[in-house]
Design a protein around this ligand. Structure first.
Ligand code: FES
Ligand SMILES: [Fe+2]
Length: 372
């Protein structure tokens, strides 16, 4: 899937920048290949506009804010929060009232500015921990990765990679059998929940993060939510009663890269576990994920019929993502945009005439079960 060529993806909300960063002045962000300038008006309301001044096409993100309006740094043309030009300092012949820059809808949630390029099909994600009594919010990561959002999303629900990718942090390499899972698609087809129980190693870095000194192994009761297309929440509950929830978004910058946003929520205090230790452990984990995910194909196959990938039972969440995305594309008269050829790369069971060693999509979905 080439995200910039998939119009449906313009109809979702994406977190693009921490609101706090805009206090420094206008900032640039590329969303689905579209260059935007983000800034805040006199009321502190975030504004997203195309990052292109209509005069000589300078990037407006190189300008600055004056009296709650955005001033182009090249010749000083000035724009209000509606995107309308309100002032041409050189007093040219053009009537500024008739000049404007395309503006995009914004929202604010979890301290981030969210943008949807077209009328969104879904609402912004709700996180029950955000603002709940006893929970603190910890900003973890905001950085570009060279991988597709779908790769990060499927990885977030992939119980089979822990033993390998995370063998130095929480994964048990001697126990590669993935935990079973319970998948429940949303009724509207825009995502799913997943429950699973995962036994994990508890290395010293993790012992500090979880406030479990000297405990070498523990278990996570995980509840995950996938919100189409590129947001997820993972609530991890430990036997001590500790809840460590992470919200992660892979905001699509272009076909090859995604901006990773990660926020943690904890029901403990700084005295029990320092935010710096919590971030340090999660940093070790995401660094492991990043290393492998940046090696995967960014043109991530969605339509399984092309057989560009092989699957196993633990891939069921990623397959459900593909199926739900493909269904929404079809509802909107779209097909997957991709650069793979027409022919699949791997033969079917029918073609080989043998028992295929890999599971089919149907088998994968059957092998999930309730009550994991
Ligand atoms: S390019 Fe923006 S004012 Fe000239
Ligand atoms: Fe991972």
């Amino acid at each position: 899937m080439l995200v910039t060529r998939q119009p449906l993806l313009r109809k979702f909300w994406y977190p693009v920048i921490p609101l706090a960063l805009l206090k420094e002045g206008p900032k640039a962000f590329t969303l689905l290949g579209r260059d935007l300038v983000l800034w805040v008006d006199g009321q502190g309301t975030p504004v997203a506009m195309d990052d292109r001044c209509p005069h000589r096409h300078a990037k407006l993100s190189k300008g600055w804010i004056e009296n709650g309006q955005l001033l182009c740094g090249y010749h000083g043309w000035t724009y209000n929060a509606e995107g309308r030009c309100t002032r041409i300092p050189q007093k040219g012949d053009d009537d500024p009232a008739n000049i404007s820059v395309p503006r995009h809808r914004t929202a604010e949630r979890f301290g981030y500015v969210w943008v949807a390029l077209e009328e969104p099909l879904t609402t912004l994600p709700e996180i029950e921990e955000d603002g709940a009594p006893g929970f603190r919010r910890i900003y973890e990561f905001y950085e570009p990765w060279k991988c597709s959002g779908l790769r990060l999303m499927e990885n977030s629900f992939d119980n089979a990679h822990f033993s390998f990718v995370h063998r130095h942090t929480f994964g048990k390499i001697q126990a590669p059998e993935p935990s079973k899972m319970n998948l429940a698609p949303f009724a509207d087809g825009f995502g799913f929940t997943m429950d699973t129980v995962v036994p994990v190693k508890n290395v010293p870095l993790s012992q500090r993060s979880l406030n479990m000194p000297g405990v070498a192994e523990t278990v996570r009761h995980n509840t995950g939510i996938w919100w189409m297309p590129f947001c997820r929440k993972l609530r991890m509950r430990y036997p001590t009663g500790l809840v460590h929830t992470i919200f992660t978004a892979a905001t699509p910058i272009n076909d090859r890269s995604s901006q990773i946003v990660q926020i943690a929520y904890r029901n403990d205090t700084e005295a029990e576990a320092k935010a710096a230790d919590i971030i340090a452990f999660d940093r070790a984990v995401v660094t492991e994920d990043r290393d492998v995910l940046e090696s995967t194909t960014f043109d991530t196959p969605v339509d399984l019929r092309r057989r560009e990938e092989l699957h196993m039972a633990s891939d069921a969440p990623g397959l459900l993502m593909r199926r739900q995305l493909l269904a929404k594309f079809a509802e909107h008269g779209e097909e997957e945009a991709h650069n793979w050829g027409d022919q699949g790369r791997f033969p079917t069971t029918e073609q080989t005439g043998a028992n295929h060693p890999f599971a089919t999509e149907a088998m994968c979905l059957e092998m999930t079960y309730a009550g994991a």
